[in-house]
Write a protein that binds this ligand. Structure first.
Ligand code: WTA
Length: 779
């Protein structure tokens, strides 16, 4: 081939390859273009469908206002609609993200849903989704995120909790084990230990640590007195100073690490100060709700033998003044008689309720707080305690007449209350938090004092009554302090709901972000009112299920993570493994009802009943060996949501207060005219449950209004006004089996008027008793 032929040949090859390359490139690009076009067309169609609520995917516009329905079953969802087709739709984005429920139960099979911002119209709308905006800013913003964290907390509790614990200050770290447990009575003594060997101080972590982080000037407490306009506030730095002064005083009078201090105070700042001061010096506080009677207070004093009782002279709740010091005086007199003298009664002068001069005084024993505490230095060295050293005792009702001294220790409780508070309320540093509970109950311990302050939160503390001077007081306080997180009890929700919406709607409430409920199951209609009216359909509700014994939340919504069902506490918190068991203690899977138990320990769990580890084991760990038994009934629906159904033991939950039937019975039989008493709980519109007492009188005494009143008074005197029976039902005799056991099932039916559901009465020693009781129903 000549030179020219070669040249010609290469020119042809060059051009042919160039043309082929160009064609190939064009082909690729055009296929991409056509793919892109078809995608955008598809998504455009999707948008159109969505905008006009075309029902192809089971989505239609509800006929009633702004309700949306998504009514597919699991199977249909999988075949009829590809998941990505809902990607940009607001609430359906959440539906999609809920493809797998946190419980692992699978897809939600049937949804009637609204999204935050929309009104929950009726019973049909049983799911409330977090809005995109809420979820985006939430600490846990999706079921996936929850699931990852939850799985880690179960698979590697030591790693999960020690990472969280590292955010706190420990003088010495735990070593080497993070936790150690035996929950199974069959394997020996029940024992839970978390972070043992580590030393820390909860008061230091709640105050000094926050101040060192630069928050000394942040308001720790906004205190609102009983009278509107009566208020005070303390920054973290100021609170620390007050805590140190009291801690120094307590040390001065001989209170040492491990010693008990009884605190009988209303919701004054001094109550929180007292708790934190005890914790600072390693003393064990035992707060007694200031609604308990002298006898109940005496019982608690006798049990833990405190060196000091801290109280105030009086308190105003609403228009009423209550002379607390008088109650303390008779309690101490009682305890002295039982061989337990109290050397010192530190009394805060609550000037707005009572003057010093009018207060009964015992020289040598009684000391005015204002006379001594401010003289002490505002700095006080911290007593470093072991993580497993006791932090506090809190007495709670059980199925016998003797209250149980629930004992919590320091490290695990600290980590657990702080973490549950943070996630369940989605707490942010800018939040203003108000919990209406009293520090006399566990809610006040964990979620007025410790949990919030450990998070550096600003807490509103309210001394007064929620309906004083009128039923709008709560919302007045919400507006005054721009409260963002509001935590209360269903009983308060129901009582305010009864007063009418106008008490709520006349206030702004725009600051509210998250609402919370605790103490008893919240009925869906109260939930709906709380959500629609109080929260303007804008705020998720954290319905937190837990107990004095658990220290912190166990089953609770994480408000940005998954949809809520009115009345359900939803899913377990990190590290908590709830199980539902049948009578024989077998775990039941899936949709079911039974007894709620917990598998495995969690950091906030109580460690014992003070002075009675045997009772601790018998009450909580023997009924279903291998588990902690909560005493609650529970069901789980097909989507894995937990629904608490109330106590299954002899405990009544009145306005969220736990009261043992045996305690009320023993108060009644202490009355000289009472031969026998049996107490049951009946449903109550506002209080959740009310106390219904069947009373037999001694021979020769006849029923009278006077005796009825004095019986009720006996309960008020022995326990407190909150435990007074609503009804005394005269009983010539009580329905008993031949072995002498009272058949409470029958009494419950009679009390609630379900006379056609009395069941088999043939096993009674005397079946006629039932007719006699029914005949006396209206007396
Ligand atoms: C009940 C209060 C349903 C339950 C924190 C439990 C609840 C008892 C809820 C503990 C809730 C508490 N839903 N029931 N969100 N929260 N309970 O020890 O019966 O005073 O066993 O602790 O209250 O009452 P305690």
């Amino acid at each position: 081939m000549s030179y020219y032929s070669y040249k010609q040949f290469f020119r042809v090859v060059f051009w042919v390859s160039w043309i082929l390359m160009l064609r190939w490139t064009l082909q690729v690009t055009s296929s991409q273009i056509s793919a892109t076009t078809s995608l955008s067309l598809r998504s455009g169609l999707e948008t159109l469908r969505r905008r006009f609520r075309i029902t192809t995917f089971g989505l239609r516009r509800g006929g009633c206002g702004r309700r949306h329905y998504f009514g597919m079953t699991t199977g249909e969802a999988a075949t009829a609609s590809p998941r990505q087709s809902f990607a940009s739709s607001d609430h359906l984005r959440h539906v999609e993200s809920m493809a797998q429920l946190p419980s692992g139960a699978g897809k939600i099979s049937h949804l009637n849903a609204v999204i935050l911002g929309e009104t929950l119209a009726s019973e049909e709308n049983d799911l409330v989704f977090p809005s995109q905006d809420f979820s985006r800013q939430a600490l846990v913003s999706s079921p996936e995120q929850y699931r990852k964290m939850y799985e880690r907390s179960i698979q590697d509790p030591a790693g999960f909790w020690s990472e969280i614990a590292s955010q706190f200050y420990w003088k010495e770290k735990w070593d080497p084990e993070v936790y150690n447990e035996n929950i199974d009575v069959r394997k020996g003594t029940v024992k839970f230990e978390w972070f043992k060997g580590a030393s820390t101080n909860i008061s230091y972590n709640a105050l000094d640590r926050n101040i060192e982080a630069g928050n000394g000037g942040k308001v720790a407490i906004y205190w609102e007195g009983n009278e509107p306009g009566d208020d005070e506030q303390l920054t973290y730095a100021e609170l620390l100073e007050k805590v140190c002064q009291l801690a120094n005083y307590l040390k001065h009078v001989g209170v040492r690490k491990g010693a008990a201090v009884v605190i009988y105070l209303p919701m004054l700042m001094e109550l929180l100060i007292s708790m934190l001061a005890c914790a600072r010096i390693g003393a064990v506080h035992s707060v007694v709700f200031a609604g308990f009677s002298a006898e109940s207070l005496a019982q608690r004093i006798i049990d833990c033998k405190p060196k000091v009782v801290i109280t105030c002279n009086a308190v105003r709740r609403g228009p009423k003044a209550i002379h607390l010091k008088d109650i303390v005086d008779s309690a101490i007199n009682e305890s002295v008689k039982s061989g337990v003298p109290v050397g010192l009664c530190l009394t805060f002068e609550n000037q707005s309720a009572m003057k010093r001069e009018d207060t009964k005084w015992q020289e040598g024993r009684d000391v005015w707080w204002q006379d001594v505490v401010p003289q002490f230095p505002t700095k006080c060295a911290v007593e470093w305690v072991d993580a497993e050293d006791p932090l506090f005792l809190l007495y709670t009702s059980g199925s016998t007449g003797k209250p149980k001294g629930v004992l919590h220790t320091t490290g695990g409780y600290m980590v657990y209350t702080a973490t549950t508070f943070k996630y369940a309320f989605d707490h942010k540093p800018s939040d203003i938090y108000w919990c209406t509970a009293d520090c006399g109950w566990i809610t006040g311990h964990s979620y007025v004092t410790y949990g919030p302050l450990l998070n550096g939160a600003t807490v509103v503390v309210f001394e007064g009554a929620p309906n004083y001077p009128n039923s709008g007081r709560c919302w007045d306080i919400v507006d005054k302090y721009k409260v963002t997180l509001f935590y209360t009890a269903p009983t308060l929700v129901r009582s305010l709901m009864r007063e009418g919406d106008e008490y709520v709607t006349r206030y702004h409430r725009k600051s509210l972000r998250v609402l919370g409920s605790v103490g008893e199951p919240i009925n869906p209609s109260a939930w709906r009112w709380f959500y629609n009216v109080v929260g303007d359909s804008r705020c998720p509700i954290s319905d937190t299920w837990w107990q004095t014994e658990t220290g912190g939340f166990m089953i609770t919504p994480l408000p940005g993570a998954w949809p809520q069902k009115p009345g359900s506490a939803t899913f377990p918190f990190f590290g908590v493994q709830p199980v539902i068991v049948d009578e024989k203690g077998n775990e039941i899977e899936g949709e079911c009802s039974g007894y709620l138990c917990i598998k495995k320990s969690w950091p906030g769990a109580f460690r014992t009943l003070y002075g009675d580890h045997e009772r601790y084991q018998t009450t909580y760990f023997k009924p279903f060996a291998g588990y902690y038994f909560t005493g609650d009934g529970c069901s789980r629906d097909k989507d894995g949501y937990f629904w608490l159904t109330g106590r299954v033991d002899d405990v009544i939950n009145v306005s969220g207060h736990r009261i043992g039937t045996a305690e009320v019975e023993s108060a009644l039989v202490s009355h000289p005219h009472c031969a026998e008493a049996a107490v049951v709980g009946v449903e109550h519109e506002i209080k959740g449950q009310s106390i219904y007492a069947f009373v037999s009188l001694v021979e020769g005494v006849s029923y009278s209004e006077g005796i009825r009143k004095s019986l009720i008074l006996a309960v008020r005197n022995q326990i407190g006004a909150f435990a007074a029976p609503d009804k005394i039902h005269w009983a010539p005799a009580l329905p008993k089996t031949r072995s002498g056991k009272i058949m409470r099932r029958i009494l419950r039916k009679i009390a609630s008027g379900q006379l056609d559901e009395l069941g088999d009465t043939s096993t009674l020693a005397d079946p006629n008793v039932v007719d006699q009781l029914i005949a006396l129903s209206d007396c």
